[in-house]
Design a protein around this ligand. Structure first.
Ligand code: FES
Length: 107
């Protein structure tokens, strides 16, 4: 069974916000889209920008470095359809947001 790792408390991340969590030696970008939490690899595949620090509008985050856009629910890059970042399954238990560090299959 996959190990779920806590990355945040639900009250740390308001709807429309993202953050970066460091767990298990990885940087994970965590997002709150209207109360539902999503997790992606934090590293933009363009030049390595921190996606968790990008602006989240709806379910799309914009990389703060050169503005590539990603759908946080799938990890798919909107700007470059041949690119994507890993997406991690998320569960909420009580007030804890937990992530399975095994990437989910591409959506
Ligand atoms: S590093 Fe993300 S758009 Fe360039």
């Amino acid at each position: 069974m996959a190990e779920m790792v806590k990355v945040a408390n639900t009250d740390e991340l308001e709807p429309g916000q993202g953050m970066v969590a460091e767990v298990g030696g990885k940087e994970i970008a965590v997002f709150n889209v209207e109360g539902t939490f999503y997790a992606l690899d934090n590293t933009c595949v363009h030049r390595g920008g921190p996606l968790g620090e990008g602006e989240l509008i709806g379910d799309v985050v914009t990389c703060p470095w050169h503005s590539w856009e990603y759908n946080v629910t799938t990890g798919a890059c909107v700007t470059n359809p041949s690119a994507c970042v890993a997406r991690f399954p998320v569960v909420v238990e009580g007030n804890e947001v937990k992530v399975d560090l095994e990437p989910a299959s591409p959506a």
